[in-house]
Design a protein around this ligand. Sequence first.
Ligand code: 8YV
Length: 328
Amino acid sequence: MAKQKPLVVVTRRLPDAIETRMMELFDCRLNMDDHAFTREELIAAVAEADVLVPTVTDRLDKGVLAQAGPQLRLIANFGNGVDHIDLNTAQQRGITVTNTPDVLTEDTADMTMAMILSVPRRVSEGERLIRSGKWEGWSPTHMLGHRIWGKRLGIIGMGRIGQAVARRARGFGMAIHYHNRQRLHPEIEQELEATYWESLDQMLARTDVITVHCPHTPATYHLLSARRLKLLREHAYVVNTARGEVIDESALVRMLQQGELAGAALDVFEHEPSVNPKLLEMDNVVLLPHMGSATIEGRVDMGEKVLVNIKTFVDGHKPPDRVLPNLV
Ligand code: 8YV
């Protein structure tokens, strides 16, 4: 008798090629209208699925995972960050969790570089002026921004994405500074001509642009707290393509309102998808809808990683991108 295919529930629409392959390989339930699952729908999914394919929009907290049936063996996350999944509960229940690292590194770094350029050079502001029909023509003192070349970039979290941003930023003449749990291998540090700061506080007080590339964990929640944000100098810019929760967003907004910071470029928010309305009124802020890794190529690559993770798991092997069980 043919072995029954595992039931795979995919919570959001994925690229066609990925969904088609998913249907060929597994007994697959797709989300054709791409609505974000409600809590009730998530609970129903974990109660039934052998494999769940969630995204960042699915809050798989303790309460939801507590209602998982014993058949749920794998959460194959479509995405790198897993902060929306309660890993402790998943571990207790013996659920394997995988993610999709590497394939979104370059796209996210590209977007970060665009954001690093965008606020000091007033890109969105200029574009809004043209669209408003109020541009009256060139003048030598109009729309002056700040030079990027020669500025110090402080990278918080020097993993794959942080390093990819550093490589780009060097091409733009920025000096690379970083704070990371672990210091980089001397060869990489040398290649990037990067200065390591064990103390985040000290780095913040000395850099011109700060960009966040660490994951959101209990240890990094509000890493950029009100106190730490105050260490930044008035001409500094803050860029975030990682997770909103790493920055105390209310404190950031207050400082921007009071002119204690030069500007911010945010692709992620503390309470996504809601955005603090005060940010919408500010000219020195660029706001993007969590699109750091949003390329067609990247989404297909992410989907392929999910397929490989599920297939190896159901074939009885260890999937390549395991977050759980931990290897250490
Ligand atoms: C993804 C991301 O678009 O992978 C991540 O951690 O933040 C994004 O780039 C999203 O998470 C997909 O679930």
